[in-house]
Design a protein around this ligand. Structure first.
Ligand SMILES: *Cc1c(COP(=O)(O)O)cnc(C)c1O
Length: 887
């Protein structure tokens, strides 16, 4: 028996050479059906059958009773906790008092907390297994989780007792918390959003699992050397990670390369099969996600690539040991490293492989679970909702179609109906450089069958569009999933739209913009209802309850209960205290303490002294041109020049400022890295200039991550969210700062707009051009010359004069404003930006009015809880109900 390899997936017309379904031949008369009569007629089996242990249904009733007798809850009194920690030290870690250190003590403590967490995990997952409700799977290539211990202690309400127990054992719990390495499996906002949503889903008992990748190396560690960013690998798994469970019995095979063969199955139908190629194994690791105030505990299942348990004995025996191991190493490398690009596509083959590996393993797992209940395939969308976090998981669309048609033997149309009732897609960006496109030749090489399926999906979609818009060839070209060109490209966002029942943007403005521009043609065909908005949110547990204990306690005392932590709208109860002098001074004292905490961190870690009485002005986020950290540092230099022109007397009358930056630049993003250098060069000069009497300090905090954010966010007076209008889809750090009583200085962009609506225009500093003006301005600049703001020119001149070191370093950066055409409109917004800074200073002088604004900020943030956002997803998209487990 031979199987004919299909050579190329497409004909010269770019259409599929042949289609597998007889039904389709009716529609496509010009398509040649290729049938290989020698083909194997045996039924095709799924890629792999994982090992499974004995099922408890098979145990006799008395045996089950024996099990149940031994499942007793852990005790949470300090003595029991102490005993557990000691037990884990001796057994789990094999250590004793003679060789105990902080890290070991952290690990023992973490293991004992984990024991308590797992009671809830088992309870929840067993109940889900038994009742089998509809579930949602949140597919995300990134989960920026951060540390787990403190979060688990709060969720389980055991922190007080742990504090005492750890103290009794001679350590400080707060010290131990810092021993934990961040789980930094994400770049920035998108990955952190996934983590916040998992927290909210668990807290609200939604049966939701995350699926992702277990990168050996998360986002790189950033170090600053001589003012420049350098990158170091993030060895986060070097020590035991108590927050993951390797599931050695849950493994699936994932195929790459190979060829497409045609077979005739037992019913005499022609089926395509994907054969040959290389296989890699995916192994599951489970990360428990505690819910707050509930017995429910969620899960994120992360896949790690392992070599297949095959060994090339031929090369081994031929003495080529190296080659026989090389393939194994290549397989392992697949999930080694997280691509460190935020909002930027770098079309690397390994990245495409990661995306398919992720999607294939996750779908095999989901289908395995679905099949246990023996429901018919048409019920799949009633049991399974899949949310695609950006286009990274979009290959799930052709992959599910492939499984249903090629392996399960469904008809194309029936399969497609299931696919499109299962998936939903969240769009995160309109930036052209961030939109995923994969070249057709690369896809054909790595995923030949998927490429055929994508062509078919596109063909049938275009045929339907053509029926409605007869003869509109321009429309067909614009809306096609395949972009013509050499090479052709697959537009992943379009594939995601066509394969989903609902598409959402992440803030009101962003959802409007994608309806008006990116997906406008799709609305012509589908109508408007498929495209909705769900404004992002953040979890108030991590971002207030945990990160800002003093504010938490003040709010709880004032409102009379902790209920706000799960019903964030209750914060509006603070409004009636906004004018209360006593409350104001308590509020101000908390902010001051948080500023002292950050000042202490800066002194201890960077040796820079900053004054907590100064206005703390913070911009922390990924470094990107569209986020305009460059504009910020240029305005700082302007402020410095202004101070330099003043008399000593006038200087002493100014509002002192500490400007804090933090964030990583993608390692290959030259301009972003120069911005970091400019910030550090400016800091060097400004911080050491005695003549300005410490009225201005500049700090670049290295290696910004979730744990640092937990210290930085509560300490802000002002934070900056100053993207060029229309470029930041939502932003979430804006929400974190305002929730913690920090005012924001921002552009009319992303969620800034809705934050202003919720907290009141008088409590937010907004400036700059509007998103619908940007296109005209760019057009004018291109054809009628650049506008250079005079204040900005002064700043540029000072850099070029060498005031901040060798000016040749900054040439390429300055060129972005001049020869580069100032694409992000820094010059256009500069004047109104400086004006707002002056307004900020003046407002800050009136301490009473500032504190009131700060209170009104927190009080108005109920809407931005990720609990609200996840509820909206569950109601509008997933059609999912909470599933509550009882003790
Ligand atoms: C919230 C968060 C972000 C997102 O910040 P934006 O200002 O919304 O881009 C990025 N990184 C970390 C560590 C975060 O916690």
């Amino acid at each position: 028996m031979t199987v004919a390899p299909a050579t190329a997936a497409t004909s010269s017309t770019g259409r599929p050479r042949r289609l597998s379904m007889p039904k389709l031949t009716r529609r496509l008369t010009n398509v040649v059906i290729h049938v290989d009569n020698d083909a194997n007629v045996e039924t095709v089996t799924p890629n792999s059958v994982p090992l499974r242990a004995t099922k408890h249904e098979q145990l006799s009733e008395p045996t089950l009773q024996t099990w149940k007798k031994h499942i007793v809850p852990e005790k949470n009194d300090p003595a029991s906790i102490e005993s557990d920690i000691v037990h884990h030290t001796i057994t789990t870690l094999c250590r004793g008092v003679y060789n105990l250190d902080k890290l070991a003590m952290y690990q023992a403590t973490a293991h004992s907390v984990r024991d308590r967490l797992l009671e809830d995990w088992n309870l929840t997952q067993e109940a889900l297994h038994r009742e089998n409700p509809k579930r949602c799977y949140y597919m995300s290539m990134e989960f920026l989780i951060g540390r787990a211990l403190d979060n688990a202690l709060h969720c389980l309400h055991v922190k007080k007792n742990y504090n005492q127990s750890v103290d009794n054992l001679g350590f400080s719990l707060e010290d131990l918390l810092c021993e934990e390495k961040d789980a930094a499996l994400g770049n920035g906002g998108l990955g952190r959003l996934a983590a916040c949503y998992m927290d909210s889903a668990a807290t609200q008992d939604y049966p939701t699992w995350g699926y992702g990748l277990r990168y050996q190396y998360g986002i790189f560690k950033q170090m600053i050397k001589d003012g420049y960013q350098t990158e170091m690998p993030d060895y986060w798994l070097n020590f035991d990670n108590p927050w993951e469970f390797p599931r050695a019995d849950i493994r699936y095979e994932v195929r790459f390369h190979g060829y497409v063969a045609t077979k005739i199955n037992e019913k005499g139908e022609t089926r395509m099969t994907w054969e040959g190629g290389d296989k890699v194994q995916a192994m599951a690791y489970d990360v428990p996600i505690p819910g707050f105030d509930t017995k429910g505990c969620g899960n994120i299942r992360l896949w790690s690539s392992k070599p297949l348990n095959t060994f090339d004995f031929d090369s081994f025996n031929a003495g080529d040991y190296e080659r026989s191991v090389a393939e194994q190493t290549a397989a392992q490398n697949l999930t080694s490293v997280l691509y460190p690009n935020d909002n930027h596509l770098v079309g690397k083959e390994l990245r495409l492989k990661q995306e398919y590996f992720f999607v294939s393993a996750s779908l095999q797992d989901i289908i395995h679970r679905f099949k246990r209940a023996k429901c018919p395939w048409k019920d799949f969308p009633d049991k399974v909702a899949v949310q695609m976090n950006d286009t990274h998981p979009t290959l799930a669309v052709p992959e599910l179609q492939r499984i249903l048609v090629d392996i399960e033997g469904l008809e194309w149309d029936d399969a497609w109906d299931i696919v499109t009732r299962t998936f939903a897609f969240t769009n995160h960006t309109v930036l052209p450089e961030a939109l995923e496109c994969w070249s057709v030749p690369m896809m054909e090489k790595i995923l030949p069958r998927h490429m055929q399926i994508i062509y078919d999906i596109n063909l049938f979609f275009l045929q339907k569009v053509e029926k409605v818009f007869v003869g509109d060839r321009d429309l067909l070209k614009r809306i096609s999933i395949i972009e013509e060109g050499s090479p052709q490209q697959v537009r992943m966002a379009f594939l995601a739209v066509v394969g989903s029942h609902t598409v959402n943007g992440v803030a009101a403005l962003h959802s409007d913009l994608i309806r008006k521009h990116l997906f406008n043609d799709f609305i012509k065909y589908y109508g408007p209802d498929k495209f909705i908005n769900i404004t992002n949110g953040i979890t108030p547990r991590r971002w207030l309850y945990q990160a800002n204990p003093d504010l938490r306690d003040l709010i709880t005392t004032t409102l009379g209960s902790e209920d706000w932590a799960t019903k964030l709208d209750l914060l509006k109860g603070l409004k009636k205290f906004a004018d209360d002098t006593k409350f104001q001074s308590q509020w101000a004292a908390v902010k001051y303490k948080n500023k002292e905490r950050l000042a202490f961190w800066i002194k201890a870690n960077m040796g820079i002294t900053v004054n907590p009485d100064a206005l703390f002005d913070i911009q922390v986020k990924r470094i990107h041109e569209y986020k305009r950290q460059y504009m910020n540092i240029l305005s700082v230099i302007y402020r410095y020049q202004s101070l330099k022109k003043m008399s000593a007397e006038d200087i002493s009358q100014q509002v002192p400022r500490v400007v804090i930056f933090g964030g990583k630049a993608a390692p290959g993003y030259y301009i972003a890295k120069l911005v970091i250098k400019l910030i550090n060069s400016a800091a060097q000069v400004i911080n050491n200039d005695k003549s300005i009497q410490d009225m201005l300090k500049v700090v670049f905090i290295p290696d910004y991550n979730v744990s640092l954010a937990e210290i930085i966010v509560p300490a802000s007076d002002i934070s900056q969210h100053i993207s060029t209008a229309g470029t930041e889809a939502s932003g979430t750090s804006n929400m974190k700062f305002v929730l913690n009583g920090g005012l924001i200085l921002g552009t009319v962009d992303g969620a800034n707009i809705e934050i202003g609506e919720q907290i009141g225009a008088e409590n937010i500093f907004m400036f700059g051009v509007l998103s619908d003006e940007v296109e005209d301005i760019r057009h004018n600049q291109k054809y009628h010359g650049l506008f250079m703001d005079p204040s900005l020119q002064v700043v540029i001149d000072s850099i070029q004069a060498g005031q901040f070191g060798d000016p040749s370093i900054f040439g390429p950066l300055i060129n972005t404003l001049t020869y580069g055409g100032d694409y992000y409109l820094i010059s256009v917004d500069f004047k109104s930006y400086l004006q707002k800074h002056t307004e900020v200073d003046e407002t800050y002088r009136d301490k009473k009015s500032w504190v009131k604004k700060s209170i009104m900020c927190t009080a108005g943030m109920g809407f931005f809880s990720s609990d609200r956002a996840v509820c909206e997803y569950a109601d509008k998209i997933w059609k999912l109900k909470p599933f509550k487990v009882e003790a």
